[in-house]
Design a protein around this ligand. Sequence first.
Ligand code: NAD
Length: 397
Amino acid sequence: MDTLTNFYFSFPTRLLFGQGKFNSLGQEAAQFGKKAFLVTYPSPTLADQVDQAVAMLKAAGVETTLFRKAEANPTHTVADEGAELARSSDSQMVIGLGGGSALDLAKAIAVTATGRLKIWDIVEGAPITQPPLPLIAIPTTAGTGSEATQYTVISNREQQRKEGFARREFYPAVAIVDPLLTVSMPPAITAQTGLDVLVHAIEAYIAKVATPASDLFAREALRLCSRYLRLAVYNGNDLAARTNMMAASTLAGIAISHSDTTLAHVIGEAVGAVFNTWHGLTVALCLPAVMEYACIGNLEKFAQISALMGEDISGLSTREAALKSPELVRQLIVDLDMPRGLGALGVTENEQVLKLVTRPGWDAASPRPASRQDFEILIKGCLSPQMSYWRALEEAD
Ligand code: NAD
């Protein structure tokens, strides 16, 4: 049933999308001043792209301070260190070049470089009182969509926490989204990051706070990801596949920014906090069990997911079509030759994970709420090679 709802839509980022758009970095940066703070990985993975960026900035009269400390699941201490260096180097803008880890670190630095707050103060709820440094986000993975979201995700190793949190100030001023930057990703990284797009699209679509606007972005992201992820993984030079996956990633980012994620992210972020696992893969391995658990909360939308993933649902009841959707996700994970279940990543049942996921309200966006006991069974399902809640429930009975 279609319903008219009240909804809010605002997207403040100036977003440039297309093959070769990376070349506009100098021109985009020059509008913000003459000193840039560039955040990227310590590994040589993107060495050529970093050299190119520095050269383009120099040609535009912009001097660069390099901060090569973006590692998986970036921490608040590294963000504080970056903010201090951005301040002491009088940087006038921050540039993030890399996947979600680099972009999130760049966001945290841009927001805290101008004031006295540390990033963990903001995680704990402190209001942001100063305007941030302008941020130029340049994604090199097609996964998180961080270039188009008001989220950053920061870890605190001492507290074993990993928090994704939203503030309007985290939207980049400019996003330069160039699919050519993703061509160097090997198949496994293409698959792991690409699965994050699938999870964003599906969770934004099923979330209780989804709106007609977020649905538009989520549906198209899901359609593109279902059609092009296998192609991008198995032929990394397929530029049409790379371009469509990059578009899917950005659209899915806009979708989660105007809706939310649900239990796959709740469990996946908690697991990432404790076991430091790769984000996209972790949330993807939670998704089939989460979908089995949640689909009775919104059969219509889960039936639509099956159709958007390419399944012929004509002749099926809504319930039959909905129940197919977890299997389609599981099949994609298998087709991409990914590990089966969180157990294969070395994750085990863990009290801190359970404590994090059962915080009050963390199931609020899920189409089906979850009690502590539900989470216990759900996590068993996510850990198992079958990635199945239904099977874990049978075994618990
Ligand atoms: P990532 O940034 O951690 O990178 C994964 C790996 O890919 C790294 O080893 C990196 O060196 C490599 N890599 C990146 N680009 C490459 C390229 N072009 N060629 C070859 N190798 C390349 O991974 P990610 O999945 O992009 O980001 C994950 C992080 O983003 C997590 O911390 C997650 O929580 C966060 N996240 C943020 C948002 C948001 O809205 N802010 C949304 C979802 C996830």
